[in-house]
Design a binder for this molecule. Structure first.
Ligand SMILES: Nc1ncnc2c1ncn2[C@@H]1O[C@H](COP(=O)(O)OP(=O)(O)OP(=O)(O)O)[C@@H](O)[C@H]1O
Length: 873
């Protein structure tokens, strides 16, 4: 296509006399040829959209499909194009039926008027889209497939969207050029984009430096300035220079954005500024739609120059005159910071980007990330994502706390580019010594006073614009799938889980706020510990000074990484899945943790372990601990364990026919299921199981000598690994195995428990009678009578069971049972604390009945989130 035609179209359709940059021009000309796939990586605000919009306009009777991650972004783009008289539309679950039908009719006509069709990648699953796509391909009506914000395909990217991974597959059906655009792609991400979108080998690349020469970056520490809000106000006034702009139309006047981590902070900061005479508004996903739009418009129109917002604000913000972007607290990671701060100075004029940093904000984010990491351990993709988030966050925290180089280098390093001289466009390059002195000052003060400005300990429920919930709200419809019920159901479940997680987090944060002196590293560590997969997490820092749960988690990952690589590379007949190797990694880390007393020793031994695993890999040998794992007795908690063990047995014992193997396994499974039912079930327990369990629990609890010791030995001597391990911390599962084993091997106990068996039978028959006449079940009893205050014993049915007084043994068992879920959640500092607490509670409740005991323990657990030896009864 002729360049003059392109230039004419630039003027005619977009009102631009020339291209914004040489790169933009080159990219547009190349894309217009429609010969190759094209990859465009240019900084924020550099005019990427025009690179595909102009070519799309130029192709008569053809449509360009643009995949974009958020409806909000799509809306901005469409509004912009419609204002230029370019036909653009979106197909999403929010499109009303009449509009959708008209759009589909146009797209399926011989000569569609629609030039650009914007969709979220989730749309590709819908039958409407599939049908439309098939039609456009069949009748050769597609001009381009554009993937905007292409970094979303990469798990390395800060905005990974699994649905983006499916976009490459559309190539199976069509040969239309792909255009991938991004502002934030490092080397890894670029590689992922090319492979995931299957860009052709000879695709053209248009990449410019991420360096924004007109942006000045600096960091200010909140705890070393006298009045942070006054400081902020002075900064704003300095940036806005209102007097010089009196003659400008209000929408062209200088303005700024203050990003806050939480909704609450946006409100606090905007209120403070208003009180100090700065015209400011807040913006977050919790506002009513009407208010949100109104505030946004006021800022866009120039009525209000300052907007205090969560990061949900700004997607697609294209206002040239943003003179400053402040982060009131720590940003999320380098890529997000680049994008958010990049909203300043899009008109090319000098603008400022500042972080007002504080430590407590950092701690709150770390808390949230560790919580996420704990939740993500079952889900590989989510775990990788969270680990990347942690890495990214550590980088930005170091950028703030330990400045050692030009601030712009954060971005060039992140995006794998060589660094340009910023020409004094950051505080470090202006005065390196002053910056380092300030950081030292900050660090000293942080240590001395455990600095915590009052405004920063806020709830994490809307971390970065509402966390999952907030982002979901902002991207409403994003996951919507018009035709799939399962999609909606999945979304419902996600919503429920997210709500619960947010509620838990809020609860914890409020608890912390009620008692601010408790917001210490130790408290946060304890909360991390609860969600961690590592063993004896709660005693991490007491055992090894300076070691944290997050560190240990990262070391486990490192071990897992090399161990799994070893297994994959060296084992010819693999039988274990990654989760088995993960268990092994957790054990290995734990044994290093327990046998070392200092950070240095711990680190050295982890390093030693990693290098010896690597050595085995180099020698093509399966690492010894995995070999031991193969020799260990079977444990099949899940079906995949069962399969792994099937394979293992075959490997160890030689050939077994499939039928034999299956029969044996099924037999074992059935036996195990029976045992589980008998052992775990509350009401269905037979007396010998009950007594075996009680005795075991009591033995653990009170350390009583009993004539069962013989049985214990016999279990031990039969090689039940579980008993040996049950003496260590966090071996609760093995304990269950022991209880089961007891049942099998303990014949003596059967005889000695006759009277308790009688007791159990009596209780169950009482319960049955009580159930029969229970008002809830037969509905014959007058409810009013039941609930009427003062309704005496005599008025109740005679057979209704009274709360039963328990014997000492039974109290112990009940207390252990009630406390166990909290132990499993790692709310007890250690196993010893659990035991002593259970013992004390049992003694204290010696004369109480079942209901009173349950009430007491429930209240105790509600009152005490983390339980240690100091916890009072
Ligand atoms: N040739 C041009 N001449 C003048 N202005 C232009 C030109 N091309 C684009 N612009 C303007 O530059 C601004 C930024 O463009 P655009 O929104 O496409 O940037 P972007 O690179 O997509 O940024 P981001 O990654 O932040 O979304 C817009 O206001 C757009 O109108």
């Amino acid at each position: 296509m002729d360049t003059q035609v392109i230039l004419d179209a630039l003027k005619k359709h977009f009102n631009f006399e020339k291209f914004k940059s040489k790169l933009q021009k080159k990219a547009v000309i190349e894309i217009c040829q429609r010969k190759n796939d094209v990859y465009v990586s240019m900084p924020t605000g550099s005019g990427k959209s025009l690179c595909y919009q102009l070519p799309a306009v130029l192709y008569e009777k053809k449509v360009t499909i643009v995949f974009s991650p958020l409806l909000a972004l799509i809306k901005d783009q469409i509004d912009h194009l419609l204002a230029l008289n370019i036909r653009a539309a979106s197909l999403n679950s929010k499109t009303v039926v009449a509009e959708r039908n008209a759009l589909l009719a146009d797209l399926k006509s011989v000569s569609p008027n629609t030039k650009l069709l914007y969709v979220c990648p989730e749309q590709t699953k819908t039958s409407t889209f599939k049908d439309l796509f098939y039609h456009l391909v069949k009748f050769d009506k597609l001009a381009y497939i554009v993937v905007d914000e292409a970094h979303c395909v990469s798990q390395w990217g800060h905005d990974f969207r699994p649905e983006y991974l499916k976009l490459g597959a559309l190539r199976d059906d069509c040969a239309v050029p792909y255009i991938a655009l991004t502002a934030t792609a490092g080397a890894e991400v670029t590689k992922d984009i090319v492979s995931s979108l299957r860009l052709s080998k000879d695709h053209k690349k248009y990449k410019s430096s991420c360096f924004r020469h007109n942006l000045f970056y600096d960091v200010v520490y909140q705890n070393i300035i006298e009045n942070p809000y006054q400081h902020l106000k002075d900064f704003i006034q300095d940036c806005l220079a209102e007097e010089e702009e009196i003659s400008l139309p209000k929408e062209k006047k200088s303005c700024g954005i203050i990003y806050c981590r939480t909704r609450e902070q946006t409100e606090i900061v905007s209120e403070k500024l208003k009180k100090m005479g700065v015209k400011a508004l807040c913006y977050h996903a919790g506002l009513r739609n009407k208010d949100r739009l109104e505030y946004q418009d006021k800022w866009f129109d120039g009525d209000i120059p300052v907007i205090c917002a969560t990061i949900s604000f700004g997607m697609g913000v294209d206002k040239g005159s943003v003179r400053f972007v402040v982060h009131w607290g720590v940003p999320k990671d380098p890529a997000s910071y680049y994008q958010e701060s990049g909203r300043a100075g899009r008109d090319g004029k000098p603008s400022k980007c500042r972080i007002y940093y504080n430590r407590s904000d950092k701690k709150a984010v770390e808390f949230h990330l560790a919580h996420d990491l704990g939740k993500a351990r079952e889900n590989e993709a989510r775990r990788i994502k969270t680990e990347n988030a942690i890495k990214g966050f550590n980088k930005i925290a170091a950028f703030c706390e330990n400045p050692t180089e030009c601030r712009h280098k954060l971005f060039s390093t992140h995006f794998g580019e060589s660094m340009e001289d910023c020409k004094k466009m950051c505080d470090f390059c202006v005065d390196k010594t002053a910056v380092q002195k300030m950081s030292e000052n900050f660090l000293t003060k942080s240590i001395q006073f455990n600095s915590r400005p009052s405004n920063v300990v806020a709830d994490c429920s809307d971390l970065y614009g509402g966390g999952r919930e907030g982002i979901k709200n902002d991207a409403k419809g994003y996951f919507d799938d018009d035709n799939s019920n399962s999609g909606e159901w999945g979304e419902f479940q996600r919503e429920e889980t997210a709500k619960k997680e947010a509620a838990d987090l809020i609860k914890k944060q409020f608890a912390l706020r009620r008692n601010p002196q408790e917001v210490s590293q130790t408290t946060i560590e304890k909360l991390y510990a609860k969600n961690s997969r590592i063993k004896a997490a709660a005693s991490t820092s007491t055992k090894i000074k300076g070691l944290t749960v997050v560190f240990r988690e990262q070391y486990v990952n490192k071990i897992l990484e090399v161990l799994y690589a070893n297994y994959q590379e060296c084992e010819k007949e693999p039988i274990f899945q990654k989760k088995h190797i993960e268990d092994c990694s957790v054990d290995l880390e734990y044994s290093i943790f327990t046998t070392n007393t200092t950070m240095t020793m711990y680190r050295q031994n982890v390093a030693k372990l990693i290098s010896s695993v690597k050595k085995s890999t180099a020698q093509n040998e399966v690492y010894e601990k995995i070999v031991e794992l193969e020799a260990a007795p079977d444990k099949h908690d899940t079906l995949s364990d069962l399969f792994a063990n099937l394979k293992k047995q075959k490997k160890l014992n030689g050939f077994q026919t499939a039928k034999q193997a299956l029969e044996n396994r099924l037999k074992a499974k059935i036996e195990r299921a029976d045992e589980e039912q008998l052992t775990v079930s509350d009401d269905g327990e037979t007396s010998d199981e009950m007594s075996a369990k009680k005795d075991k629990n009591l033995k653990d609890l009170f350390g009583e000598d009993s004539d069962d010791s013989q049985s214990v030995k016999s279990v031990k001597s039969e090689g039940f690994r579980s008993f040996k391990l049950s003496t260590e911390d966090d071996k609760r599962f093995e304990e269950v195995n022991v209880t089961r084993s007891f049942k099998k091997h303990d014949t003596k106990r059967r005889n000695s428990s006759d009277d308790r068996e009688e007791d159990c039978k009596r209780v169950r028959s009482e319960e049955k009678v009580a159930e029969k006449v229970s008002p809830k079940k037969n509905g014959t009893t007058n409810d009013k009578n039941q609930s009427r205050p003062g309704a005496g014993e005599s008025e109740r049915p005679q057979t209704l069971r009274k709360p039963k007084r328990l014997q000492k043994v039974e109290i112990g068992t009940l207390v252990v049972k009630l406390l166990t879920p909290a132990y499993v959640e790692k709310r007890f500092e250690s196993r010893d604390v659990f035991k002593s607490m259970a013992r004390s509670i049992s003694h204290a409740l010696a004369d109480k009945n079942e209901i009173e005991i349950k009430d007491y323990v429930e209240t105790f657990l509600k009152k005490n989130d983390a339980i240690n030896s100091q916890t009072k009864l």
